[in-house]
Ligand binder design. Structure first.
Ligand code: MOS
Length: 721
């Protein structure tokens, strides 16, 4: 087993001492502040925006709305900024700009809107007859059929047909969306916490019809994203950038917490009809998974919710469909384990129910249905350690699982449940620049983002290891479009994407050092073959003879200007393998049937996600994911007032999220997994912890009190009595 170290976060000291400058805090001279004017109606047209009353107020500087935004070149990213059409309640109609934030807010309040309201569809069930199949879900077909699931279900020994529902969730990163922007002639710098600096650059350039290299986007530190720090916020950011150009001054806009409920996307609400059939031995014979999801009137969005049913288990007959319904509500967008988390809630709840009906242990039922190759494409897995993950059942004590409804702890009924977790492997192209100075100081640069997952540390660690240098020697620069382009931060793919690029770059640096030292007669390593040299502990030494020299001495003598090179990786094309990361999650809950209170007491997650670069960071990702999953299972639900279409309780007092008092004991096990088919052997961990835990909790609740809850979040009234 290779020794894996866990250096602490490179930026930890900066963050805990408040010296890390988040983009909203970027200082600018003469900066103006902006506030949004929101529509109070959920559907209709803007007939007029009267800024007159605002113009007389102190500090007023500018007002932009759809009319001013006609200068934008049309695209999906500017549509809502350009059109006088209201699609959902709270949609911004204008942006007021003034000397201070309070002045801007006062100006925004003074703007008079002339709106023509139209009847609004404020819930999916008001428009079910308009449901339609989107072209694709993510990059995959929305509808698939394998074998004859209808016949298989008709002939199965056991068939379960149930409806599962998941609520709208919001991402709610700690740091709200913001922009601080400034023009210098026809060039603009945009400071914004985003998961995608290069996409932001391209869209700003497109909107303002200037070359991309005249737009610099900076996103060095971020307080989370979870999928929402992307395109849905762009129209309002474009208004701020436009106001900056019109006023000739820097402009700052920061969303409020309430605005994060409707302006930056949401986890798609789902209604899932799932039928599964088994033979007498508990082998899946048929699956029919039909998903209905909400989308907005201004865009088609569909999570690939039923995708897991296509390939997680071996099953010859599978039908999956996705349909979406347009409502006058905000557009959904990927949110942590998009599709996979709600889809697994249905599938893994159904498997648990089937296990009970078949009299087969829930772990054993899953083992029996293990897919030894991808049942959808017939391709082999790049690697699949799911069976080893199930073996963690013993660590949890699963064989001592009490009989259902029998375990007590005071007022608590105790239940144990489990579920499979899975998340597909993704890659994006990535370029990395590395530079080593004559004093062996190492600089790593990549235009990707660290939204809290630990990219600074992991990329720095790989670079340091590449030259055998301590972490203290490394400086990392990310989050700036002036750097070589890296992947957007999403899909758990950043580490998987940069690892091969960094490793290529470091191999090139080693080769550059080796070439120089071999040619230097004065070095003890003279004439050494490149593959004879080992870089370790700040030294370069020979494997074959007793010779070594300090890397800093070599560089000072032979590379007085330093050495610099790049490495690149591409997304693998036409992979001959299917690749997923897997896990098994075991949960103990306590349910108080008198109060309807549910506590998650203990979570054991065993995960196999290829090579783990930094176990400390990876564990943090898993625990964070599990906490998000607990929130989805027990707490988080966006409530909409169906009469007005407005969100009810758009505060953290009303939108419940798990807090410290909700935290169980986490036991995270990271299995060794060597995947020879993936570049760098890395799969990605971020989403894996978020998927599966919802069903494990619901299954544990059933085990505790015998109530099968098929709608998330599980509520007091679902378990009381
Ligand atoms: Mo993620 S939902 O791809 O930030």
């Amino acid at each position: 087993m290779t020794r894996v170290e866990s250096p602490v976060r490179l930026e930890a000291a900066l963050k805990v001492t408040g010296r890390a400058v988040y983009e909203a805090e970027t200082p600018m001279t003469g900066m103006l502040h902006a506030a949004l004017v929101e529509a109070p109606i959920a559907n209709g047209r803007v007939l007029g925006v009267d800024g007159g009353p605002a113009r007389g107020l102190p500090g007023f500087a500018d007002l932009v709305s759809y009319a001013e935004a006609e200068v934008f070149k049309p695209s999906g990213s500017t549509a809502l900024a350009r059109e006088p059409r209201i699609h959902f309640a709270g949609q911004p109609v204008a942006l007021a700009v003034a000397g201070t934030l309070h002045e801007a807010e006062a100006c925004a309040r003074a703007v008079r809107l002339d709106l023509a309201a139209e009847p609004a569809v404020t819930a999916m069930d008001q428009a079910l007859e308009t449901a339609f199949a989107p072209d694709i879900v993510g990059r995959y077909p929305a509808t698939t059929l394998r074998g004859d699931p209808g016949a298989a279900l008709a002939e199965a020994s056991l068939v379960l047909r149930n409806r599962y529902e998941t609520a709208v969730n919001n991402h709610h990163p700690m740091e709200p969306h913001s922009v601080v922007c400034a023009w210098d002639g026809d060039r603009v710098v945009v400071h914004t916490g985003t998961q995608a600096i290069f996409a932001t650059q391209r869209l700003v350039a497109h909107a303002f019809q200037i070359p991309a290299d005249q737009v610099r986007v900076v996103s060095r530190f971020m307080g989370g994203g979870f999928g929402c720090k992307g395109q849905l916020w762009w129209p309002w950011m474009m208004w701020a950038i436009l106001a900056s150009r019109r006023t000739g001054r820097p402009v700052r806009l920061e969303l409020t917490r309430a605005q994060l409920f409707n302006l930056v996307g949401r986890r798609q609400e789902t209604v899932q009809d799932l039928a599964i059939g088994f033979d007498a031995e508990g082998r899946l014979t048929g699956i029919d998974h039909a998903v209905l999801g909400q989308t907005a009137t201004h865009g088609d969005y569909a999570d690939g919710t039923a995708r897991v049913s296509r390939w997680l288990y071996a099953c010859p007959n599978v039908a999956t469909t996705h349909r979406i319904v347009r409502t006058n509500e905000p557009l959904p967008i990927p949110m942590r384990a998009p599709g996979v988390a709600p889809g697994l809630f249905a599938l893994e709840s159904a498997l648990d129910e089937a296990a009970g009906r078949l009299g087969i242990d829930p772990v054993e039922l899953r083992v029996r249905n293990y897919a030894s190759k991808d049942p959808e494409t017939d391709r082999p897995w790049s690697s699949n350690s799911l069976l080893d993950c199930y073996a963690a059942a013993e660590r949890f004590g699963w064989s001592g699982r009490p009989a259902a409804g029998k375990a007590r702890d005071g007022r608590w009924r105790i239940g144990w449940g489990m579920a499979t977790s899975v998340y597909p492997v993704h890659h994006q192209p990535c370029r990395v620049r590395v530079r080593v100075e004559p004093d062996a100081g190492l600089l790593v640069q990549c235009g990707t983002q660290d939204f809290g997952q630990g990219a600074y540390t992991a990329i720095g660690q790989l670079a340091a290891e590449g030259l055998g240098l301590p972490m203290d020697n490394v400086r990392v620069e990310l989050g700036d479009t002036d750097l070589p382009e890296g992947p957007f931060t999403g899909g758990s793919m950043v580490t998987a994407s940069f690892t091969p690029a960094v490793e290529t770059a470091m191999a090139r640096l080693r080769a550059m050092v080796a070439e120089r030292v071999a040619a230097d007669g004065a070095s003890p390593l003279a004439d050494a073959a490149p593959d004879d040299l080992v870089f370790e502990g700040g030294l370069v030494r020979s494997r074959s003879r007793n010779a070594a020299e300090g890397l800093a001495e070599i560089l000072a003598r032979l590379a007085p200007d330093g050495l610099e090179t790049e490495g690149a990786s591409a997304a693998p094309e036409n992979m001959a393998f299917s690749a997923n990361a897997y896990g098994a999650i075991f949960v103990e809950v306590g349910v108080d049937p008198d109060l309807g209170e549910i506590r998650v007491r203990r979570v054991c997650g065993a995960f196999a996600a290829g090579r783990i670069l930094n176990p400390l960071l990876a564990r943090s990702q898993y625990v964070g994911g599990l906490i998000g999953g607990i929130g989805m299972a027990l707490h988080e639900q966006v409530a909409t007032d169906r009469a007005s279409g407005r969100i009810v309780g758009d505060t953290f007092a009303d939108y419940l999220i798990p807090v410290h008092a909700d935290m169980p004991e986490f036991d995270v096990l990271m299995l060794d997994e060597d995947d020879p088919h993936l570049p760098g052997g890395v799969k990605g961990v971020g989403m894996l912890g978020t998927a599966g835990v919802q069903a494990a909790i619901a299954n544990a609740v059933f085990h505790a009190v015998g109530k099968r809850v098929r709608r998330l979040p599980i509520r007091i009234e679902d378990v009381i009595g």
